[in-house]
Design a protein around this ligand. Sequence first.
Ligand code: ATP
Length: 340
Amino acid sequence: RRIVFSGIQPTGTPHLGNFLGALQNWVKLQQDASADDTLLFSIVGWHSLTLPQDPKQLSIARRDLLAALLAIGLDPKRSIIFHQDENPYHTQLSWVFSCITPVGKLRRMTTWKSRLATSRNANDESEVDESMLNTGLFTYPVLQAADILLYKATHVPVGEDQKQHIELARDIGDIFNRQFRNTFPLPEYIATTTRRVLSLKDPTSKMSKSSPDMSSRILLTDTEKEIRKKIRGAVTDSTAGITYDPVNRLGAANLLTILAACTEEDVLEVAKRYETKGHGDLKNDVADAVVALLEKPRTEFERLRGEQDYLAQVALEGAEKATAYSARTMQEVRKAIGLL
Ligand code: ATP
Protein backbone atom coordinates (compact mmCIF):
# COMPACT_ATOMS: atom_id res chain seq x y z
CA ARG A 1 0.00 0.00 0.00
CA ARG A 2 1.43 3.33 -1.05
CA ILE A 3 0.96 6.65 0.66
CA VAL A 4 2.07 9.34 -1.76
CA PHE A 5 2.71 12.89 -0.59
CA SER A 6 3.95 15.90 -2.51
CA GLY A 7 3.71 19.67 -2.31
CA ILE A 8 4.04 22.86 -4.28
CA GLN A 9 4.54 26.41 -3.04
CA PRO A 10 1.98 29.12 -3.86
CA THR A 11 4.80 31.44 -4.91
CA GLY A 12 3.27 32.12 -8.31
CA THR A 13 1.70 30.41 -11.29
CA PRO A 14 3.17 26.94 -11.89
CA HIS A 15 5.62 26.78 -14.79
CA LEU A 16 6.72 24.21 -17.33
CA GLY A 17 9.45 22.97 -14.94
CA ASN A 18 6.90 22.27 -12.19
CA PHE A 19 4.64 20.60 -14.73
CA LEU A 20 7.21 18.32 -16.36
CA GLY A 21 9.32 17.77 -13.24
CA ALA A 22 6.52 17.09 -10.77
CA LEU A 23 2.86 17.86 -11.49
CA GLN A 24 2.49 15.65 -14.56
CA ASN A 25 3.81 12.77 -12.53
CA TRP A 26 1.26 13.43 -9.77
CA VAL A 27 -1.52 12.95 -12.31
CA LYS A 28 0.08 9.75 -13.61
CA LEU A 29 0.39 8.41 -10.06
CA GLN A 30 -3.26 9.20 -9.49
CA GLN A 31 -4.21 7.34 -12.67
CA ASP A 32 -2.12 4.30 -11.72
CA ALA A 33 -3.09 4.24 -8.05
CA SER A 34 -4.81 1.19 -6.63
CA ALA A 35 -7.87 1.49 -4.39
CA ASP A 36 -5.69 0.97 -1.27
CA ASP A 37 -3.30 3.79 -2.07
CA THR A 38 -3.64 7.22 -0.51
CA LEU A 39 -2.49 10.29 -2.42
CA LEU A 40 -2.00 13.66 -0.80
CA PHE A 41 -1.10 16.83 -2.71
CA SER A 42 -0.52 19.97 -0.74
CA ILE A 43 -0.21 23.67 -1.46
CA VAL A 44 2.53 24.55 0.99
CA GLY A 45 1.74 28.09 2.07
CA TRP A 46 4.04 28.10 5.12
CA HIS A 47 7.01 27.30 2.90
CA SER A 48 6.30 30.23 0.60
CA LEU A 49 6.95 32.68 3.46
CA THR A 50 10.66 31.86 3.41
CA LEU A 51 10.95 34.48 0.66
CA PRO A 52 9.21 37.87 0.91
CA GLN A 53 5.65 37.67 -0.47
CA ASP A 54 3.16 40.40 -1.16
CA PRO A 55 0.16 39.36 1.02
CA LYS A 56 -2.42 40.25 -1.63
CA GLN A 57 -0.56 38.40 -4.37
CA LEU A 58 0.04 35.41 -2.12
CA SER A 59 -3.63 35.13 -1.34
CA ILE A 60 -4.48 35.11 -5.06
CA ALA A 61 -1.65 32.73 -5.96
CA ARG A 62 -2.76 30.35 -3.21
CA ARG A 63 -6.29 30.16 -4.61
CA ASP A 64 -5.13 30.00 -8.21
CA LEU A 65 -2.79 27.15 -7.45
CA LEU A 66 -5.67 25.01 -6.28
CA ALA A 67 -7.44 25.76 -9.58
CA ALA A 68 -4.24 24.84 -11.45
CA LEU A 69 -3.90 21.51 -9.66
CA LEU A 70 -7.47 20.60 -10.57
CA ALA A 71 -6.93 21.88 -14.12
CA ILE A 72 -4.05 19.48 -14.78
CA GLY A 73 -6.25 16.56 -13.78
CA LEU A 74 -5.93 16.01 -10.03
CA ASP A 75 -9.26 14.77 -8.78
CA PRO A 76 -10.42 15.58 -5.23
CA LYS A 77 -12.42 12.35 -5.21
CA ARG A 78 -9.27 10.30 -5.65
CA SER A 79 -6.58 12.47 -4.01
CA ILE A 80 -6.55 14.61 -0.89
CA ILE A 81 -5.79 18.08 -2.23
CA PHE A 82 -5.33 20.65 0.52
CA HIS A 83 -3.64 23.74 1.90
CA GLN A 84 -0.79 22.86 4.27
CA ASP A 85 -1.57 25.96 6.35
CA GLU A 86 -5.09 24.69 7.03
CA ASN A 87 -3.84 21.64 8.92
CA PRO A 88 -2.23 22.83 12.18
CA TYR A 89 -0.24 19.63 12.67
CA HIS A 90 2.40 20.49 10.04
CA THR A 91 3.97 23.26 12.10
CA GLN A 92 3.60 21.28 15.31
CA LEU A 93 5.49 18.29 13.96
CA SER A 94 8.01 20.59 12.35
CA TRP A 95 8.86 22.01 15.78
CA VAL A 96 9.35 18.53 17.23
CA PHE A 97 11.65 17.71 14.30
CA SER A 98 13.60 20.98 14.71
CA CYS A 99 14.47 19.81 18.19
CA ILE A 100 16.08 16.56 16.98
CA THR A 101 17.71 17.77 13.73
CA PRO A 102 21.41 18.68 13.96
CA VAL A 103 22.23 22.12 12.51
CA GLY A 104 25.09 20.53 10.55
CA LYS A 105 22.68 18.44 8.50
CA LEU A 106 20.79 21.54 7.39
CA ARG A 107 24.01 23.35 6.52
CA ARG A 108 24.79 20.57 4.04
CA MET A 109 21.60 21.16 2.01
CA THR A 110 22.54 22.39 -1.47
CA THR A 111 19.45 24.63 -1.53
CA TRP A 112 20.80 26.43 1.55
CA LYS A 113 24.32 26.57 0.13
CA SER A 114 23.06 28.09 -3.10
CA ARG A 115 21.10 30.73 -1.15
CA LEU A 116 24.33 31.64 0.61
CA ALA A 117 26.20 31.77 -2.68
CA THR A 118 23.56 34.07 -4.19
CA SER A 119 23.64 36.48 -1.27
CA ARG A 120 27.43 36.51 -1.44
CA ASN A 121 27.55 37.30 -5.16
CA ALA A 122 24.96 40.02 -4.86
CA ASN A 123 27.08 41.80 -2.31
CA ASP A 124 30.40 40.81 -3.74
CA GLU A 125 31.72 39.80 -0.34
CA SER A 126 34.33 37.15 0.11
CA GLU A 127 32.81 36.00 3.40
CA VAL A 128 29.55 34.09 3.34
CA ASP A 129 27.15 36.00 5.52
CA GLU A 130 24.34 33.97 7.09
CA SER A 131 22.98 36.98 8.92
CA MET A 132 21.36 38.16 5.68
CA LEU A 133 19.14 35.10 5.40
CA ASN A 134 16.13 34.24 7.52
CA THR A 135 15.83 31.18 9.74
CA GLY A 136 12.88 29.85 7.73
CA LEU A 137 15.07 29.37 4.67
CA PHE A 138 17.43 27.32 6.80
CA THR A 139 14.77 25.15 8.44
CA TYR A 140 12.66 24.82 5.26
CA PRO A 141 13.61 21.13 4.83
CA VAL A 142 12.56 20.34 8.42
CA LEU A 143 9.04 21.59 7.71
CA GLN A 144 9.12 19.58 4.49
CA ALA A 145 10.06 16.46 6.48
CA ALA A 146 7.09 17.16 8.76
CA ASP A 147 4.78 17.52 5.72
CA ILE A 148 5.81 14.09 4.49
CA LEU A 149 6.09 12.14 7.74
CA LEU A 150 2.87 13.53 9.20
CA TYR A 151 1.03 11.29 6.74
CA LYS A 152 3.54 8.43 7.08
CA ALA A 153 4.09 8.83 3.36
CA THR A 154 5.99 6.02 1.66
CA HIS A 155 6.58 7.74 -1.69
CA VAL A 156 7.38 11.34 -2.55
CA PRO A 157 7.28 12.41 -6.21
CA VAL A 158 9.26 15.65 -6.49
CA GLY A 159 11.73 17.22 -8.89
CA GLU A 160 15.42 16.39 -8.73
CA ASP A 161 16.14 19.66 -6.90
CA GLN A 162 14.26 18.25 -3.91
CA LYS A 163 15.96 14.85 -3.74
CA GLN A 164 18.34 15.81 -0.94
CA HIS A 165 15.41 17.07 1.12
CA ILE A 166 13.75 13.66 0.90
CA GLU A 167 16.96 12.05 2.11
CA LEU A 168 16.91 14.46 5.03
CA ALA A 169 13.27 13.54 5.76
CA ARG A 170 14.40 9.90 5.96
CA ASP A 171 17.22 10.88 8.31
CA ILE A 172 14.88 12.83 10.56
CA GLY A 173 12.34 9.99 10.58
CA ASP A 174 15.12 7.60 11.48
CA ILE A 175 16.40 9.82 14.31
CA PHE A 176 12.88 10.05 15.73
CA ASN A 177 12.30 6.29 15.43
CA ARG A 178 15.53 5.53 17.30
CA GLN A 179 15.29 8.23 19.90
CA PHE A 180 11.63 7.66 20.84
CA ARG A 181 9.58 4.94 19.25
CA ASN A 182 9.34 3.38 15.81
CA THR A 183 6.70 5.66 14.33
CA PHE A 184 7.63 6.65 10.81
CA PRO A 185 8.19 4.56 7.68
CA LEU A 186 11.12 6.05 5.75
CA PRO A 187 9.80 7.67 2.54
CA GLU A 188 11.23 7.01 -0.90
CA TYR A 189 11.91 9.61 -3.53
CA ILE A 190 10.14 8.97 -6.86
CA ALA A 191 12.05 10.38 -9.81
CA THR A 192 10.48 11.76 -12.96
CA THR A 193 11.88 11.18 -16.42
CA THR A 194 12.32 14.91 -16.86
CA ARG A 195 14.74 15.67 -14.09
CA ARG A 196 15.25 19.39 -14.43
CA VAL A 197 13.94 22.12 -16.70
CA LEU A 198 16.28 25.10 -16.89
CA SER A 199 15.63 28.82 -17.06
CA LEU A 200 15.15 30.02 -20.65
CA LYS A 201 17.26 33.09 -19.91
CA ASP A 202 19.98 31.67 -17.68
CA PRO A 203 20.30 27.94 -18.33
CA THR A 204 22.85 27.57 -15.53
CA SER A 205 19.92 27.76 -13.10
CA LYS A 206 16.62 25.91 -12.96
CA MET A 207 13.34 27.34 -14.19
CA SER A 208 11.83 28.84 -11.04
CA LYS A 209 8.64 30.59 -9.92
CA SER A 210 10.62 33.06 -7.86
CA SER A 211 12.88 34.39 -10.62
CA PRO A 212 12.04 38.07 -11.31
CA ASP A 213 12.55 37.58 -15.07
CA MET A 214 9.15 36.49 -16.43
CA SER A 215 10.65 35.58 -19.80
CA SER A 216 12.76 32.88 -18.07
CA ARG A 217 9.77 30.60 -17.57
CA ILE A 218 6.67 29.39 -19.38
CA LEU A 219 3.57 29.54 -17.23
CA LEU A 220 0.75 27.06 -17.31
CA THR A 221 -1.45 30.06 -18.08
CA ASP A 222 0.60 31.51 -20.97
CA THR A 223 -1.18 32.03 -24.27
CA GLU A 224 0.14 30.51 -27.48
CA LYS A 225 1.61 33.88 -28.44
CA GLU A 226 3.42 34.25 -25.12
CA ILE A 227 4.78 30.71 -25.28
CA ARG A 228 6.14 31.24 -28.80
CA LYS A 229 7.73 34.55 -27.84
CA LYS A 230 9.45 33.14 -24.76
CA ILE A 231 10.82 30.13 -26.61
CA ARG A 232 12.06 32.29 -29.50
CA GLY A 233 13.89 34.38 -26.90
CA ALA A 234 15.49 31.39 -25.13
CA VAL A 235 19.27 31.65 -24.75
CA THR A 236 21.21 29.26 -27.02
CA ASP A 237 24.77 29.25 -28.38
CA SER A 238 26.09 30.14 -31.83
CA THR A 239 27.58 26.76 -32.75
CA ALA A 240 26.09 25.40 -35.98
CA GLY A 241 23.95 22.26 -35.77
CA ILE A 242 22.27 20.85 -32.67
CA THR A 243 23.80 18.34 -30.26
CA TYR A 244 22.65 17.22 -26.84
CA ASP A 245 25.44 18.44 -24.60
CA PRO A 246 24.11 19.23 -21.12
CA VAL A 247 27.54 20.43 -19.98
CA ASN A 248 28.69 22.83 -22.69
CA ARG A 249 25.47 23.61 -24.56
CA LEU A 250 22.99 24.08 -21.75
CA GLY A 251 20.47 26.20 -23.65
CA ALA A 252 20.06 23.78 -26.56
CA ALA A 253 20.10 20.79 -24.20
CA ASN A 254 17.27 22.37 -22.22
CA LEU A 255 15.16 22.86 -25.36
CA LEU A 256 15.80 19.24 -26.37
CA THR A 257 14.84 18.07 -22.87
CA ILE A 258 11.58 20.02 -23.07
CA LEU A 259 10.77 18.67 -26.53
CA ALA A 260 11.56 15.08 -25.51
CA ALA A 261 9.37 15.46 -22.42
CA CYS A 262 6.45 16.80 -24.46
CA THR A 263 6.67 14.05 -27.07
CA GLU A 264 7.68 11.35 -24.54
CA GLU A 265 10.75 10.37 -26.54
CA ASP A 266 14.36 9.77 -25.60
CA VAL A 267 16.28 13.03 -25.66
CA LEU A 268 19.16 11.56 -27.72
CA GLU A 269 16.71 10.34 -30.36
CA VAL A 270 15.23 13.81 -30.55
CA ALA A 271 18.70 15.38 -30.77
CA LYS A 272 19.57 13.16 -33.75
CA ARG A 273 16.71 14.65 -35.76
CA TYR A 274 18.19 18.14 -35.33
CA GLU A 275 21.86 17.34 -36.04
CA THR A 276 21.85 19.29 -39.27
CA LYS A 277 19.15 21.79 -38.37
CA GLY A 278 19.39 25.20 -36.74
CA HIS A 279 18.24 26.59 -33.41
CA GLY A 280 15.33 28.32 -35.17
CA ASP A 281 13.90 24.98 -36.34
CA LEU A 282 14.29 23.48 -32.90
CA LYS A 283 12.62 26.45 -31.23
CA ASN A 284 9.66 26.29 -33.61
CA ASP A 285 9.09 22.63 -32.86
CA VAL A 286 9.52 23.11 -29.10
CA ALA A 287 6.96 25.93 -29.20
CA ASP A 288 4.47 23.74 -31.13
CA ALA A 289 4.90 20.91 -28.64
CA VAL A 290 4.57 23.13 -25.55
CA VAL A 291 1.51 24.91 -26.95
CA ALA A 292 -0.16 21.54 -27.55
CA LEU A 293 0.82 20.22 -24.11
CA LEU A 294 -0.48 23.20 -22.16
CA GLU A 295 -3.61 23.98 -24.13
CA LYS A 296 -5.98 21.80 -22.13
CA PRO A 297 -4.68 22.71 -18.65
CA ARG A 298 -4.82 26.40 -19.58
CA THR A 299 -8.44 26.36 -20.76
CA GLU A 300 -9.49 24.25 -17.80
CA PHE A 301 -7.66 26.63 -15.44
CA GLU A 302 -9.50 29.64 -16.85
CA ARG A 303 -12.82 27.83 -16.42
CA LEU A 304 -12.12 26.75 -12.84
CA ARG A 305 -11.02 30.23 -11.82
CA GLY A 306 -14.61 31.31 -12.33
CA GLU A 307 -15.85 28.60 -9.96
CA GLN A 308 -14.78 30.12 -6.64
CA ASP A 309 -17.49 28.41 -4.58
CA TYR A 310 -16.46 25.04 -5.91
CA LEU A 311 -12.78 25.77 -5.18
CA ALA A 312 -13.61 26.84 -1.62
CA GLN A 313 -15.54 23.62 -1.12
CA VAL A 314 -12.65 21.49 -2.44
CA ALA A 315 -10.22 23.33 -0.11
CA LEU A 316 -12.47 22.83 2.89
CA GLU A 317 -12.98 19.13 2.28
CA GLY A 318 -9.27 18.64 1.57
CA ALA A 319 -8.27 20.35 4.82
CA GLU A 320 -10.74 18.27 6.81
CA LYS A 321 -9.51 15.02 5.33
CA ALA A 322 -5.83 15.90 5.74
CA THR A 323 -6.31 17.02 9.35
CA ALA A 324 -8.28 13.93 10.28
CA TYR A 325 -5.75 11.70 8.53
CA SER A 326 -2.78 13.16 10.38
CA ALA A 327 -4.36 13.57 13.83
CA ARG A 328 -3.44 10.02 14.71
CA THR A 329 0.24 10.49 13.82
CA MET A 330 0.43 13.61 15.94
CA GLN A 331 -1.16 11.78 18.83
CA GLU A 332 1.43 8.99 18.51
CA VAL A 333 4.23 11.56 18.38
CA ARG A 334 2.97 13.35 21.49
CA LYS A 335 2.74 10.08 23.33
CA ALA A 336 6.23 9.05 22.22
CA ILE A 337 7.85 12.31 23.33
CA GLY A 338 5.90 12.63 26.56
CA LEU A 339 3.64 15.55 25.73
CA LEU A 340 0.30 13.90 26.11
P1 ATP B 1 10.30 28.65 -6.13
O1 ATP B 1 11.01 29.20 -7.33
O2 ATP B 1 9.31 29.60 -5.54
O3 ATP B 1 11.22 28.01 -5.15
P2 ATP B 1 9.77 26.34 -7.64
O4 ATP B 1 9.47 26.76 -9.00
O5 ATP B 1 11.12 25.82 -7.33
O6 ATP B 1 9.38 27.49 -6.66
P3 ATP B 1 8.31 24.53 -5.87
O7 ATP B 1 6.94 24.94 -5.50
O8 ATP B 1 9.40 24.71 -4.86
O9 ATP B 1 8.69 25.24 -7.25
O10 ATP B 1 8.31 23.03 -6.32
C1 ATP B 1 7.21 22.32 -6.84
C2 ATP B 1 7.71 21.06 -7.53
O11 ATP B 1 8.26 21.39 -8.81
C3 ATP B 1 8.82 20.34 -6.76
O12 ATP B 1 8.60 18.95 -6.83
C4 ATP B 1 10.07 20.70 -7.51
O13 ATP B 1 11.04 19.70 -7.40
C5 ATP B 1 9.56 20.82 -8.95
N1 ATP B 1 10.36 21.74 -9.75
C6 ATP B 1 10.52 23.05 -9.51
N2 ATP B 1 11.28 23.62 -10.46
C7 ATP B 1 11.60 22.63 -11.34
C8 ATP B 1 12.37 22.59 -12.55
N3 ATP B 1 12.91 23.67 -13.04
N4 ATP B 1 12.49 21.40 -13.20
C9 ATP B 1 11.90 20.28 -12.69
N5 ATP B 1 11.17 20.26 -11.55
C10 ATP B 1 11.01 21.41 -10.88
